[in-house]
Design a protein around this ligand. Structure first.
Ligand code: UGA
Length: 475
């Protein structure tokens, strides 16, 4: 595999001019500057394509050559509604160009977004090695004023570290800061991303709010000019506040889910309906109805990881935020709660054939990172069950980590195939297509008519009418 030829044309204006703030700002207003987006994953790619759609020339840089080649051929590499269309469109318009050379992308851009991955260490702490590495690459390629925007989800004070790292390495190790006579000026901003997988493209164009953490008027003006056309509220803060807003936002969402899941358990214990309770409390505008779907818990790459990172941050500053730990503990227990229901219906699980509908961590994506379904599947396999799995998008990803195995794991082409001869059918992701299933047909196909619905996809009366034993969550 060889690197594609990355011909990055001359900047539309001289980088020497870039230190002149008024020239820079007028170029921002006219989108006559180039943006570099470093890291082309679930955040970086929709972000880069969003800016291209807004008329910016965007270099998407990623040091994974296979990814760059794939993107160049028009394949995003993951499923996200609208991304492939935008990718193909802007490869055509030339406004989006995937490149492998981060340094070249940085040199020829004036605004640089950091969207690299921030995985986590065993102890929940964020692994910031990729962020640190791109900060050094930025430092080594500073050839004029640049605004460096941190978009990856990172613990508070990371932007300060990016700033410090760029100062340190930009001055060739002599410690001269950008305010020093020979150093090149730059600003670091924190602009956390709030996009949700499954609706990422829509979120890019219609964010609920744009949070801009800045330390200079210039950075604030540039970001305001960039996001102004979206006509959404812009909240300008300092760097740490912007980063903390992201921590707090994801942790609050996680708290709502764990809260409603515990309410669901109480509903089951006393005979009440959690969907009605959620409706009843959610209509209070002080509470809000979003993120009140009881189920098998939250997964994905963000909520679980960000919650752990926030716990780690609070601990490392000596702040006793034990509420966060309880949110996580409740979430961990959700899978066991579901498995208990399966046992309640089937008694012994060994050699039972169980159909599973839904593997992605949520609908609208093929992402299975920290998907609760995987934990359910592993628990069922540990008990000796035989599984027939189906998901509209995520099966190839699951197959890579759990290959088909005679008598244990079978991948099915349709939900009906997953139900065939099964003694229970589990719903683990609320894909819309499951809501429209022909339950009578499923009833005919199954050996024992049991549905364990981990996402409350069906109305109980509807399932009972079709002749099923039905266990759902909190009702
Ligand atoms: C989350 C946040 O919602 C975004 O605002 C944020 O930008 C993103 O993380 C990020 O940090 O990058 P995402 O990971 O795409 O977005 O997923 P969510 O839509 O938040 O769903 C997370 C999990 O919670 C899913 O497993 C979902 O099934 C579960 N969930 C969600 C529930 O169990 N109940 C609900 O009511 C809502």
């Amino acid at each position: 595999m060889s690197a594609p030829e990355t011909t990055i044309s001359e900047m539309p204006f001289s980088l020497e001019d870039s230190n002149d703030e008024s020239v820079f700002l007028s170029k921002v207003a006219g989108r006559a500057l180039r943006i570099a987006v470093l890291g082309l994953g679930h955040v970086g790619l929709p972000t880069a394509l969003g800016f291209a759609e807004m008329g910016w020339e965007v270099l998407g840089a990623d040091n994974d050559l296979a990814k760059v080649l794939r993107l160049t051929s028009g394949d995003p590499g993951f499923y996200e509604a609208g991304v492939e269309e935008l990718l193909r469109k802007h490869l055509q318009t030339g406004l989006f160009k995937p490149v492998e050379d981060l340094g070249a992308a940085i040199r020829s851009a004036s605004i640089v977004f950091i969207c690299v991955g921030t995985p986590q260490h065993e102890n929940g702490e964020a692994d910031l090695s990729q962020v640190e590495s791109v900060a050094r690459t930025i430092a080594q390629n500073l050839n004029g004023y640049k605004l460096i925007v941190e978009k990856s989800t990172v613990p508070a004070v990371t932007a300060k570290w990016i700033q410090r790292t760029i100062h340190r390495y930009a001055s060739g190790g002599n410690g001269k800061s950008s305010s020093g006579s020979h150093a090149v000026a730059f600003d670091v901003a924190s602009n956390p991303e709030f996009l949700q997988e499954g609706s990422a493209v829509d979120n890019v164009f219609h964010p609920d709010r744009v949070v801009c953490g800045v330390e200079s008027e210039r950075a604030s003006r540039i970001l305001t000019a960039m996001y102004g056309p979206l006509q959404r509220p812009i909240i300008t803060t300092d760097l740490n506040t912007a980063e903390l807003t992201k921590h707090a936002s994801n942790s609050f969402l996680a708290m709502k889910i764990s809260f409603i899941n515990m309410v669901a358990d109480i509903c089951e214990a006393i005979g009440a309906d959690v969907t009605k309770v959620a409706q009843g409390i959610g209509m209070d505008p002080r509470i809000g109805s979003a993120f009140f779907q009881a189920g098998i818990g939250f997964g994905g790459y963000c909520l679980p990881k960000d919650l752990r990172a926030f716990i780690h941050l609070a601990d490392s500053y000596g702040v006793d935020f034990s509420l966060l730990k309880e949110i996580e503990a409740i979430n961990q227990r959700r899978v066991e709660v579901l498995i208990k229901k399966v046992r309640q219906a089937l008694w012994v699980l060994r050699d039972k054939v169980i159909g599973v509908l839904g593997l992605a961590f949520k609908p609208g994506t093929d992402d299975i990172r920290e998907a609760p379904s995987l934990r359910v599947i592993r628990a069922l396999l540990d008990e000796g069950a035989r599984l027939q799995l189906y998901d509209p998008k995520a099966m190839p990803n699951v197959q890579r980590i759990l290959p088909a195995e005679e008598g244990r794991i079978r991948y099915c082409q349709t939900p009906y195939e997953a139900a065939r001869a099964a003694q229970a059918l589990l719903v683990l992701t609320e894909w819309n297509e499951f809501r429209d299933l022909d339950l009578h047909r499923i009833r005919e196909l199954m050996e024992v008519p049991v549905i364990v619905d981990g996402r409350n996809v069906f109305a109980p009366e509807q399932v009972h009418r079709a002749g099923f034993e039905y266990l759902s969550v909190g009702r």
